[in-house]
Design a protein around this ligand. Sequence first.
Ligand code: PMP
Length: 394
Amino acid sequence: ADVPQGPPAILGTCPLCQKDGIDPDSIVGVGAYRDDQGKPYVLPSVRTAEGKVVSEKLNKEYAGITGVPDFTKAAAVLAYGEGSSALDRLVITQSISGTGALRIGGAFLQRFFPGAKKIYIPTPSWANHGAVFKDSGLEVEKYRYYNKDTIGLDFDGMIADIKAAPKGSAFLLHACAHNPTGVDPTVEQWKEISNAIKDGEHYAFFDMAYQGFASGDTDKDAFPVRHFVEQGHNPCLAQSFAKNMGLYGERVGAFSVVCADAAEKKRVDSQVKILVRPLYSNPPVHGARIASTILNDPALNKKWLGEVKGMADRIISMRALLKKELENLGSKHDWSHITSQIGMFAYTGLTPQQMDKLATEHSVYATKDGRISVAGITSGNVKRLAAAIHAVKP
Ligand code: PMP
């Protein structure tokens, strides 16, 4: 009886556009890929894999606590790379997509991280990071990441904050396609970040929710994770297959911990199982079987990689088109950040007031922080979007 009313939790739905009777699928606020007709996209490789899984008439028994082994093995190779030194000393568990992986990771740090039960996340970060880690019992601190004056990376601020943190702190790093800014460090900057983390004896926790989505190349997007391993870090990692396989509702992901050696791996593995068992006992099998089929069948894997590139390329071409349309309208602002940013989102630099105007005067719905989902832009709606942006920021 005493449960208080909470604020609305947002996921994919948009109260304002529902009120206006707008199809939520046609907006640029939702963090999900749309095809050029603005429709949800089921990857052909996923359709094929699902057909195979169904035709095998497998039983519906429980998976083990850590999930479907063929899936987790292949997920590890996808992230760390074939032949990576991490693979033999890796603890990995299937998770309820990327969010579930972060939540297991949060709970693992809460239980075993030496020193302060605290994690540093970038400013800004994916809206759910703070809540996931707080609910895991960690204190959440921020490090500088985005410079709103340059609409780019605050690299000096980021390095300074890593250096200023107490020795042995935990840092959450977006491996690629930073959400919400679309601003990623360069390869050279990642090398410096790795050095700064090492100098501080800090711990890296990677969130890789968009592998393949940033550049269209899953190896290239995994560079930071692989570089850290090569440099002797033993990071942990949350992986999601929501975006790169379009398996949003199937909830397919993995949480892994790179350990120092086999003995450490054995201990960590036992504790991950102890942690997962009372959380949800064991993960669902269907989505993992689909992902596993794609990752383990060479022909299907090749087809999937082509589809990932197709999605990334469509997003990249929509960035260019939006910028061009704004320029065609005579906008004098510098919109180069739209094409230099990476991944699903563009951080437009529009103010909350301008975003309000976009919604109320132009029925263009996105989040107040100025983030628009480029994956929701189509050749059919880009002109209208550009005109609306130009009207609120002439
Ligand atoms: N991390 C980041 C940075 C994200 O953007 C998302 C999805 N929006 C996730 C994790 C987790 O998504 P999911 O649980 O659907 O895999």
